[in-house]
Ligand binder design. Structure first.
Ligand SMILES: Cc1ncc(COP(=O)(O)O)c(C=O)c1O
Length: 344
């Protein structure tokens, strides 16, 4: 049990001791022209893990997604994606402002667009603002940490291909998806031209994401990364932590999924809460009778931190720095808040 049970995001997970040691003892590049052997090793490992030709180390998942959008498109193009995807919802106007594209957010259910809507948008926009890129997301964050079916990803890919469009997979948590489904990351990555995944979040590295694709794409992505100030000069220690994340932290995501299942089960026993299905490390609930912000504040006073998405919908993200005792405590404190003891 921790003093504060922080379920706001898996981004808050701290680096491990092994990561700290690797950061202190890593091999450096020259910090000006050469990113060095540690970054190269990480990029090689990421490329192999995703089955792509090459990979690029970048500062964040948002940066990786937006570099992908820019590299796959030209100004005036349309990017098709679901209206609750991270790229559309949270990265907001970045695609339109940075790359001059129109983002076309299709309605979705738990993160999945209707296949017929995707077909229709290609048919309708065939002249003029032709879609040249479709973005998918797995696991789907605001879809409840949803494990997205491989069949769905393949269908999207085949529609895009039929229209000569590319697919970018936002796989911020693709290792969660792989551990949960048993489907290799490479198989998911094969449904897209490019994939990004985060070393931070459940894998616990302090910083960093990987953008993976073919050599030509990564070459262009690298140039754009530099133009937007994303070339990290002395990034070897961050890459060293990322290497430990990839080599040692994937299998343990199972523990996070088990704790999330335990949390969802505990919440389901509480009255006044709608609990969404929990596939991986997230549990989303909606409070029916109380104001969401008041609930968040009441839980915070009781040492349990969570994130309010609005309209009473709360996200609990499970990660290495919350354990089963924190889970039980969250359920117990939520019960008290729902009973009206401490909602104010
Ligand atoms: C699905 C998804 N994609 C991208 C990102 C962006 O990652 P970052 O916070 O590293 O920019 C997030 C962050 O939570 C995410 O959930």
């Amino acid at each position: 049990m921790h003093e504060i049970a922080d379920f706001r995001s898996d981004k808050v997970a701290r680096p491990t001791r092994e990561m700290m040691e690797a950061m202190a003892s890593c091999e450096w590049g020259d910090g000006l022209y050469d990113e060095g052997p540690t970054v190269r090793e990480l990029e090689g490992l990421a490329a192999r893990a995703t089955g792509k030709e090459a990979a690029l180390f970048v500062a964040s998942g948002t940066m990786a997604n937006q570099i992908a959008v820019h590299t796959h498109t030209k100004p005036g193009d349309t990017v098709v994606l679901d209206d609750t995807s991270h790229i559309f919802w949270t990265e907001g106007g970045t695609g339109p402002t940075l790359s001059g594209v129109q983002t076309f957010g299709l309605p979705s259910k738990r993160g999945l667009m209707r296949i017929e809507d995707v077909r229709r948008v290609f048919a309708r926009l065939d002249v003029g603002a032709r879609p040249t890129l479709v973005c998918t997301e797995n696991t789907h964050n605001f879809g409840g940490g949803r494990l997205v079916p491989i069949g769905y990803l393949r269908e999207i890919r085949s529609i895009a291909k039929a229209h000569d469009a590319r697919v970018h997979l936002d796989g911020a948590r693709i290792f969660n998806a792989s551990v949960r489904s048993g489907i290799p990351v490479k198989t998911y990555a094969a449904t897209s031209d490019s994939i990004m995944f985060c070393l931070s979040k459940g894998l616990c590295a302090p910083v960093g994401s990987m953008l993976c694709g073919d050599r030509e794409f990564i070459g262009q992505a690298k140039r754009f990364r530099e133009r937007i100030g994303g070339l990290l000069k002395q990034s070897a220690p961050l890459a060293a932590a990322g290497l430990v994340a990839l080599k040692t932290m994937v299998a343990r995501l199972r523990d996070d999924h088990a704790n999330a299942t335990r949390l969802a089960k505990g919440f389901r026993a509480l009255r006044g809460l709608d609990v969404e299905p929990s596939d991986t490390n997230m549990v989303f609930v909606t409070v029916r009778t109380l104001d969401g912000d008041c609930v968040v504040n009441a839980l915070e006073k009781r040492g349990v931190l969570t994130y309010h998405l609005g309209a009473g919908r709360l996200r609990f993200a499970v990660h290495r720095d919350v354990d089963s005792e924190d889970v039980d405590r969250a359920v117990g404190e939520f019960r008290k808040v729902l009973r009206g003891r401490g909602a104010r």
